[in-house]
Write a protein that binds this ligand. Structure first.
Ligand code: CA
Length: 628
């Protein structure tokens, strides 16, 4: 204790106002530590989103049943780490190196100690000191058993250190006023904070990890300006955030990793330090462009969110983003009435003016019939890559109608521990797009036409999916009711050209004569997918899987239309009706007007779906689209 207090005192600027008594006791470490604790308990100059003054009024309304359960388990050393795995007993004497599953995420997330946050919430909720005293014991145990050396790399991955740096500041706020928060706990805690911040600012990992690392260092630096190095840590981490928001956020607002899950995470990781800085009068460290980029990031959630407040799950999005709760917060910060409308499902605010959006830098597009939950909505992705969290799925889409995600993306499934499983979910051919011989596609996106309109929205994108084979996909949203897809494989490559579709878990009804496939939900919305019949085209079932939660998967209907393309054929084409409906299956008709060659860039079609009959078309050369 004496040595560690002396180490800490050397790390602090004892000449700061308020630390006079600590300085005067420097040759008596026990007394100095006691004075330091008294200083921090009395200190009012630093603010944090968790306000210590709220402790008493938080009683009985600060934790949910799940927090209490996690906290009570944690008292017994039964820990939840990656939330998809069951709680696990780590020993009476905690073994911080244990990993009961073949997935590294388990031990990595053990060292994020999310269960400590549950203990802190349970503490404020119940006022029971057992949560505080157990936290102090576990904190000291962790610090003692996990020095930063080569034997403890599992505890000191940079991202976990960053996550701890941020989380521990909230724990400190909740536990500081506990009578069992002793000078000894303070010394161990502050020394570990110093170890964390000095480690984190050595270098920041690229992409989203680096944001959490900078956040952790900045939080420690802002919360504890008494450290001699605090300003250096603060400057370096805020400089990183300022630079990264320009680098990681495309002009259209989407984060570069191309997944809404990480996009929403990055909003948080960019915002939290900015907010803490604002609370503490340090906002000048962020330029005005920083807030503009953050607002633009929030717009992405409004533009790409599904009508029920969930989101599509392209790339590594292990569960849908809760768009409404994110937009509720940012509607207030940025004074955005349109965010408020989407956040409150139309109860407040102003309806967004558009129903179709093109995010042309990231290659995300949305078309919807309206802003109510009953709306039809299609989100398509055709953007740049690769990134670790991104999948080779250009051209793919999710379809939502009237409360149901009828054609959800396959999802992520898992990061580590099942390489074959992870690989399966990343494949191009398990997406709603086109493949050549079932192989994974490249990332070479291009936008060819974007014509949103009252009765017809038209999007035409291309992807240079394979050497000598471009996938061109046109999406025509007819009268805000149904979609016509025109998919063309253009180029001299030959092989099996497959157009894949996957449905929500359900029973699918196949009609090989039409050919068509549809879902068969007894209640709510369904989708019918009908392809324009061609002699050379074959419909087949495929293996379908979908994951809605990390580590979990389930079967679902999947199928493909195949045309074998010889290398002498310049292009092949599929024309597909995608019809969401409720009640009885609508009558459909589809035919080409004239005989335009596949890949010609101009096409006209006659379509009938139920009571709607229309002649629709587009012309890439003249950049035109029409409906009659
Ligand atoms: Ca996917």
């Amino acid at each position: 204790m004496e040595d560690s207090t002396n180490t800490l005192l050397k790390r602090l600027d004892l000449n700061r106002p308020g630390l006079e008594k600590v300085k005067a006791s420097a040759d008596n470490p026990a007394k100095a530590a006691k004075e330091l604790l008294a200083y921090y308990r009395a200190r009012k100059s630093v603010k944090h989103p968790v306000n210590r003054a709220d402790r008493k009024k938080s009683r009985s309304k600060y934790a949910i049943a799940r927090d209490i359960k996690i906290a009570n388990d944690a008292l017994k050393h039964v820990f939840i780490t990656q939330s998809s795995y069951p709680p696990h007993f780590v020993g009476k004497d905690i073994d911080w190196s244990t990993n009961p599953v073949p997935d590294h995420e388990w031990i990595w997330q053990l060292h994020r100690m999310y269960f400590w946050d549950a203990m802190a919430r349970a503490y404020w909720h119940t006022g029971d000191e057992k949560y505080a005293s157990e936290w102090f014991a576990q904190l000291q145990d962790w610090v003692h058993k996990n020095p930063r050396d080569d034997k403890h790399k599992f505890a000191w991955r940079r991202i976990e250190a960053g996550i701890r740096g941020h989380a521990w500041m909230g724990l400190y706020q909740r536990f500081l006023d506990s009578p069992s928060f002793t000078p000894e706990v303070l010394v161990a805690f502050l020394n570990s904070c110093h170890d964390h911040a000095s480690f984190l600012v050595e270098r920041f990992t690229p992409e989203n990890h680096g944001l959490m690392e900078a956040e952790g260092a900045a939080f420690i630096a802002i919360m504890f300006p008494e450290f001699k190095d605090a300003k250096k840590w603060r400057d370096k981490s805020i400089r990183h955030l300022n630079a990264e928001i320009k680098k990681q956020v495309r002009p259209d607002g989407h984060q570069v990793e191309q997944t809404l899950g990480y996009h929403a995470g990055c909003i948080r990781w960019f915002a939290q330090t900015w907010e803490l800085a604002k609370m503490n009068g340090l906002e000048k460290a962020f330029g005005s462009e920083y807030a503009n980029r953050l607002e633009k990031m929030c717009e992405v959630l409004m533009k790409l969110g599904l009508p029920d407040g969930s989101s599509a799950q392209f790339g590594d999005t292990t569960s849908p983003v809760r768009v409404r709760s994110v937009l509720t917060k940012w509607a207030g910060v940025f004074g955005r009435r349109d965010f408020l409308y989407v956040a409150t499902a139309g109860k407040e605010g102003t309806k967004p003016k558009q129903t179709a959006y093109a995010l042309t830098d990231s290659g995300f597009y949305s078309m919807r019939s309206g802003w109510d939950e009953k709306a039809v909505c299609l989100i398509l992705k055709c953007g740049p890559g690769p990134f670790w969290h991104c999948q080779p799925d250009n051209g793919t889409f999710e379809l939502y109608a009237a409360g149901r995600r009828l054609m959800p993306d396959s999802g992520t499934y898992i990061y580590h521990g099942d390489p074959a499983g992870r690989k399966w979910f990343k494949q191009t051919r398990v997406h709603q797009t086109l493949t050549l011989d079932g192989k994974n596609s490249d990332y070479k996106p291009a936008l060819r036409l974007w014509k949103p309109g009252k009765n017809l929205d038209v999007l035409v994108v291309e992807n240079g999916s394979y050497k000598n084979l471009t996938h061109r996909r046109a999406v025509l949203f007819v009268k805000k009711k149904f979609f016509v897809l025109v998919d063309e494989a253009i180029g001299k490559a030959g092989g099996d050209v497959d157009l894949h579709f996957q449905l929500a878990p359900s029973q699918a009804v196949f009609d090989r004569a039409l050919p068509s496939v549809r879902t068969d939900f007894k209640k709510g919305s369904n989708v019918l997918i009908r392809s324009l019949a061609q002699k050379a085209m074959v419909l087949r079932k495929e293996n379908g899987q979908v994951s809605f939660k990390y580590g979990q998967k389930q079967p679902r209907p999947a199928f493909r239309f195949r045309i074998n393309k010889t290398s002498g054929t310049p292009a092949v084409r599929f024309v597909t009706l995608v019809v969401p409906y409720e009640g009885k299956v609508p009558e459909t008709k589809i035919s080409l007007v004239g005989s335009p060659a596949p890949g010609a860039g101009r096409i006209e079609l006659d379509v009938t779906v139920g009571a709607v009959t229309a002649r629709i078309g587009y012309d890439l050369k003249n950049k035109k689209a029409w409906i009659r």
